[in-house]
Design a protein around this ligand. Structure first.
Ligand code: AMP
Length: 567
């Protein structure tokens, strides 16, 4: 297929915000995809492999800039300048390609096969000369691209297509194109996607136009599955109303999601983002071998860090480095051990348990996993319909320094990839402060070039004192809110010093940040740090002298100490 056809489809998709319109455009496009073009489905979501595959394009803005510079014969500094003014590197590629095309005659035709061929080579490159090889693979594509093709090629490279479609839009478009929009087909397509995490594979089945073909799709041990996500409830009472009485109540551990697959001797560990982290956690493999029975299973769990000496649980941030770390694994394992808290099982000895009630699944966990504290345990759980008992359990979870509790309906199934109303999280209400950004750190991977973590300060008379760092709460792609790139653009002119990845920023931009707790901290100049800080909004209406003061923070800290849950 000509890449131009795909680029034009991207363009029509981005020209409307109406979902139904997008579905119409996409279903038209889908009916025209032939067998040999099936992988174009991956490109629709800006990917090159099925979602379960860890190989991602992963091109940084910096590398894209170099390739644009080379392909269009523009000085790198000029490309950077254009980017800093427009904030959209794809548009820069489009504009520079347009300028160039006026002087050179275009005689290549770019196909989706060629685009996929080159992009698929990118993740595998390693060692000396990698950067040059990547640049030449990209440049080859860019030199044959028309302006609109260049725009979407670059957006694909940096992982930011901006066409406002998600997996669910593709699902609805498939249902509309091949099942006349039938509701049941849409549900079956979603189930097939959730089990396989492979859109092209599902597309092959969808094209047959038979629901029974979709129903044949099975969970596969060893291939990552999307996890089930929770909705929120404000209070225990509200939780009971939603999930019914009695229900299961569990600690909501402050760690990271770990899904454990075992098939014979093969054990694999995946994160909620389907990354394979097996190599990073050798101790977990050992616990599974020793303390979990069964020939094959898929367990859902939360891994939590703890202090080896005091045995106190640690916050997620302090163990998060283990997830990405590829070297010194043994050393890190000793310094930052994790305990695996098993809370669900979705496959056991050759059989999917997705449709089994939670009550049965949780009983099975007790049968096959033996408790070994600080290694592997069943997530702490009570089954009750008594509000007083539930409140006490909630208090206990907070005293044990966990985030809160989860409430789960006993009869519920497991819906991979969905945020469901029968599993609820309950956490203490968050409070917020207005703080000013005084520094930051550049991100890595597709966030390189953007500041992705921001140092926040409160005021103390005419001084600003640091109180923490925030990197969550920003808009990823679509939807409302502020994104890293938008905020970075505002901050560029305020940077006073750059050192490696760190920058100092003149205090000007005020932001609202929620948090769950204030802690004493030697790390920051205010002497305090925020637990679970989360960005909620920029406050252009506030000046840096109009923000939360150190006095107010001290008062809040004292108030919180008097609160029952810290007593
Ligand atoms: P949140 O990340 O705030 O949406 O909360 C949901 C997350 O809490 C899940 O994705 C898990 O990673 C985590 N979690 C901790 N303990 C449990 C538990 N007992 N059951 C389910 N999820 C849990």
């Amino acid at each position: 297929m000509r890449y131009l056809k795909l680029a034009e489809t991207y363009e029509s998709l981005s020209s409307t915000t109406r979902r139904l319109e997008k579905i119409k455009i996409l279903s038209n496009f889908l009916t025209g995809i032939s067998e040999s073009d099936r992988e174009v489905i991956y490109l629709l979501l800006g990917q090159i492999y099925p979602e379960y595959d860890a190989r991602k394009i992963g091109i940084s803005n910096q590398l894209a800039i170099k390739a644009i510079s080379k392909a269009t014969g523009t000085e790198k500094e000029q490309v950077v300048k254009e980017w800093k003014t427009s904030g959209d590197i794809g548009r820069v590629a489009e504009k520079l390609t347009k300028n160039k095309k006026q002087s050179t005659l275009q005689n290549h035709i770019l196909t989706t096969e060629k685009v996929l061929e080159n992009l698929k080579k990118l993740p595998g490159l390693e060692g000396k000369g990698t950067v040059d090889k990547k640049i030449s693979l990209i440049t080859e594509l860019l030199t044959s691209a028309s302006p609109i093709e260049a725009l979407y090629l670059v957006r694909t490279l940096i992982g930011d297509l901006r066409i406002g479609i998600q997996e669910s839009t593709i699902r609805e478009s498939m249902a509309s194109a091949f099942f006349k929009g039938d509701k049941e087909s849409s549900k079956e397509i979603q189930e097939a996607i959730d089990k396989t995490n492979d859109l092209a594979r599902v597309f092959d089945l969808v094209k047959m136009g038979k629901i029974k073909e979709l129903k044949k799709v099975k969970l596969e041990v060893g291939k990552p599955v999307k996890v089930m996500l929770a909705k929120k409830a404000k209070t225990i009472k509200e939780g009971f109303e939603a999930v019914g009485k009695p229900c299961a109540i569990e600690y909501k551990y402050d760690g990271f999601r770990l899904v454990i697959h075992k098939k014979g001797d093969q054990i694999n560990l995946f994160t909620r983002h389907l990354e394979n982290v097996t190599k990073q956690f050798p101790e977990v493999i050992e616990y599974i071998k020793k303390y979990a029975k069964g020939d094959s299973f898929i367990l859902d769990s939360e891994a939590v860090g703890f202090d080896n000496k005091t045995k106190e649980y640690k916050q997620f941030q302090s163990v998060s480095q283990r997830i990405k770390r590829k070297y010194d694994i043994e050393k890190l394992q000793k310094e930052l051990p994790v305990e695996v808290n098993i809370f669900d099982i979705i496959y056991y000895n050759g059989k999917s348990l997705l449709k089994e009630p939670f009550e049965k699944r949780t009983e099975l966990i007790k049968k096959i996993v033996t408790n070994h504290p600080y290694k592997i345990i069943h997530a702490k759980q009570i089954i009750t319909g008594d509000e007083k008992k539930a409140e006490e359990f909630y208090k206990k979870a907070l005293k044990d320094r966990q985030e809160g509790v989860m409430m789960k309906r006993l009869s519920s199934e497991y819906n991979p990839g969905s945020r469901v109303g029968f599993m609820l999280k309950i956490k203490p209400e968050e409070r917020d402060f207005d703080l000013v950004i005084t520094g930051g750190e550049y991100g890595t991977g597709k966030r390189s070039g953007w500041i992705s973590s921001f140092i926040l300060s409160c005021k103390d008379k005419d001084k600003f004192l640091e109180i923490g760092k925030v990197g969550t709460g920003f808009k990823e792609k679509e939807g409302g809110g502020v994104s890293f790139d938008e905020l970075t653009k505002e901050l560029f002119p305020l940077i006073t010093e750059e050192k490696g990845k760190s920058v100092k920023i003149k205090p000007k931009i005020v932001v609202s940040v929620t948090y769950q707790e204030i802690q004493k901290s030697p790390t920051y100049s205010s002497g305090f740090a925020l637990r679970f800080p989360r960005f909620t909004a920029t406050r252009p209406d506030r000046s840096p002298f109009d923000i939360t003061s150190l006095n107010e923070i001290e008062e809040e800290f004292e108030k919180q100490r008097r609160n029952w849950r810290y007593g």
